[in-house]
Design a protein around this ligand. Sequence first.
Ligand code: IMP
Ligand code: MG
Length: 185
Amino acid sequence: MSEVAEVGGERLEVLLSAERIAARLPSLAAEVLARDLASDAIAVVALKGGLVFGADLLRHLPHTFAVDYVQARSYGSGVVSSGHVELLRDALLPIEGRDVVLIDDIVDTGLTSAFLLAHLRSRGARRVELVALLDKPERRKADVGAAITGFAIPDVFAVGYGLDLAERYRGLPFVGVPLGASDCA
Ligand code: IMP
Ligand code: MG
């Protein structure tokens, strides 16, 4: 029987505990570093979903890395992807000729990550590596190349550790699945 947590009156099935996530971070950082990034690489966190993962992963990456943010929108406030991605916020640092690590919450259809990878490359990055906490391989529609991902999960709607359901649950220390929301994935 998997663990169930109650959050604000909602029951969530715990998919990845805080301990499991924390235990994965050093090896994920090692996978990023194995790509031989320059010491002045830029870690670009994809807001808002990548915020919590990005903050934790950064502590395992070289502290010479610069940090910036991008924000794209694809889902609106609902749970069904529109397939259309727009850039709401661009990275402010100059990217041309630099190594970039794009830190995202989840590669679901891959449309958002693929869009952001293409965007950062179009700004002249020397190289862009994608690292995402979660991966839903069954749902892939866009090629995201050799992405580094923390955990492959089934086709469920996950919340917590940065991921939201209508802006709720981002601050949860674990990744869970709202029970009774199985028709939302
Ligand atoms: P995409 O389908 O890979 O383009 O995913 C776009 C964005 O939708 C992700 O960056 C997440 O912010 C959000 N998303 C995708 N799957 C989930 C999920 O299971 N829970 C919460 N947000 C999700
Ligand atoms: Mg996102």
